[in-house]
Design a protein around this ligand. Sequence first.
Ligand SMILES: [Zn+2]
Length: 242
Amino acid sequence: MNKNFFEKQMLVDGFNEDSLKKLLNSKVLIIGCGGVGHPAIIYLLSTGIGNLYIADDDLVDFNNLHRQFIFDQNDIGKSKVEIIKSKLAGKYPHSNIVSINKRIDEKYLFEIIDDIDVVIDASDNFETRYLVNDICVEKQVPLVSGSCINQEGQIISFKNNDSGPCYECLFPRKKNLLDQNCESEGVIPTVAGSVGTFSSMQAISIILGDEECFNKLILINMKAGKIAQSFLSENPGCIICS
Ligand SMILES: [Zn+2]
């Protein structure tokens, strides 16, 4: 591996030989290779995440090209994860990209999660979000949740050690939430891009041992040019973590 690739990064406070080694030895699972997933994948690889598991069962659609910039017209109808792997493996040879061409289900997630250091949930549906949260809480794996709707994005990192908060504490599952996603609400590329970028940095910080990123909600309103942070506490009545 040519470490000159990381030359500029190594000049930044907190990034040195040891941190690069940690990143290269780390395993990150990103669930969802859509508008949030694309920038997250690129920045995780470029910062030196050594093992990146990418999960999605979708095929590339023409209207994905709007914000899923790794794809082009020749990719339409092909597997998202296989295209991403084929395009990026040579560009980031320090990283092992593992493509998971299926919708994450409970059985599969249980099989692989013990191997994972951080999960990024960039999925587009609440069913997956609750499933991922339930298993990350049970297995005590840190979870970065990145989502966006319309002009707004949110990023939260959950530590998932022996106490909350967890995703369920903030968003107790309700039937009326199940239909709300980017499909029905719409999104603009810059919002998805920002959420993906923030999510990747949160995962990198977690791997490097930064405890300060946990249990904070980062809210981005792109149109207003505002970023807000608030601290989260657990819900004592949470059905998952309490
Ligand atoms: Zn909880």
